[in-house]
Design a binder for this molecule. Structure first.
Ligand code: GLU
Length: 304
């Protein structure tokens, strides 16, 4: 497949479209980004890297980090995970509190903020130094030892994250958070603040396209069944309440973040990451979705 030509074509075409999206500004530090950034990277099954635009520039991965923390906990505790968090799409905004009351503090899935906070609580349970472990793991998957947390973004979220503070306290009132809310938020904001490039992200997600095996070390991280389930979660819950539309138009499992990153996988074939900070009304990168819709259409590589 001539991936480089395909990426070049998509990039040039998408750049012509008027971008009606808006940079996330509810985290003030994120609003400082140059909104015209746009990069795309694809890694095929032979580890060849193809890229275009700002694909080597690092950005805040935000919610994309939730896939990594969830998979770490899933690999540690297996199906016990589902006693603490569900696996159904929420149909609500990522930071919604509404469902939690009805469902007695068990978040619908690990990718809405409520669920990610429960996973953060589990990270504190299962790792002696979860921040260090998480960072090392992301570095290993991405084969990039320079990846780091952005303390300014952590601070900005701490100062403005009233909803997340409400969520963690509310869930604790149902006994589904064990640690102190401050500790859980501290880990959660760190995981969200990690900065990676499109190439880093496409490398990182190879494990999900590769049946749970980390390609570089050939070590099995997730069982085949766990990998299947992680991909199913990405398909159903990876794009806030636009997961249906993403499935309809792109047809790959993936995850987005409010930093403008989108990563998607085609099992056994490729991983792809796009970054463009302007978000559509549902909180997904406007150019990200335009790019991936074109990619799966041109290459005829949707999983459906
Ligand atoms: N740190 C962000 C928040 O908690 C993550 C949002 C996202 O990327 O969906 O609001």
């Amino acid at each position: 497949m001539p991936y480089q030509d395909i990426l070049d074509g998509i990039y040039n075409e998408v750049f012509q479209i008027e971008n009606t999206g808006k940079v996330a500004d509810y985290i003030p530090e994120l609003a400082k980004i140059d909104e015209n950034k746009y990069g795309i990277a694809l890694i095929d099954k032979h580890q060849n890297v193809f890229s275009k635009g700002d694909a080597l520039e690092s950005f805040s991965i935000q919610s994309i980090s939730k896939v990594i923390t969830t998979s770490l906990i899933f690999s540690k505790i297996g199906n016990d995970l589902w006693k603490r968090v569900g696996y159904e799409p929420s149909g609500n905004a990522f930071n919604s509190l509404i469902q939690l009351e009805y469902e007695k503090g068990i978040p619908r899935n690990p990718f809405i903020n409520a669920g990610a906070l429960v996973i953060a609580d589990l990270m504190l349970d299962h790792f002696e130094n979860p921040k260090e472990y998480f960072l090392e793991f992301v570095r290993e998957l991405s084969e990039n030892p320079t990846i780091n947390y952005n303390q300014k973004v952590v601070q900005s979220e701490l100062e403005n994250g009233y909803r997340n503070a409400a969520l963690v306290n509310f869930i604790k009132s149902f006994d589904n958070i064990k640690h102190q809310p401050e500790e859980v938020l501290d880990f959660y904001y760190h995981q969200c603040s990690v900065e990676m490039s499109c190439v880093d992200l496409a490398k990182c997600f190879q494990v999900f396209a590769n049946n749970g095996i980390i390609p570089k070390s050939n070590s099995k991280f997730l069982t085949s069944s766990q990998c299947k389930r992680m991909n199913a979660l990405m398909q159903m819950c990876g794009f806030y309440d636009q997961a249906g539309e993403f499935t309809f138009k792109v047809g790959l499992p993936g995850k987005s973040g409010v930093g403008g990153g989108v990563v998607a996988i085609f099992p056994n074939q490729y991983t792809v990451a796009v970054w463009s900070p302007k978000l559509n009304k549902k909180g997904n990168s406007f150019y990200g979705l335009e790019s991936l819709e074109r990619l799966t259409t041109i290459t005829e590589t949707s999983i459906f």
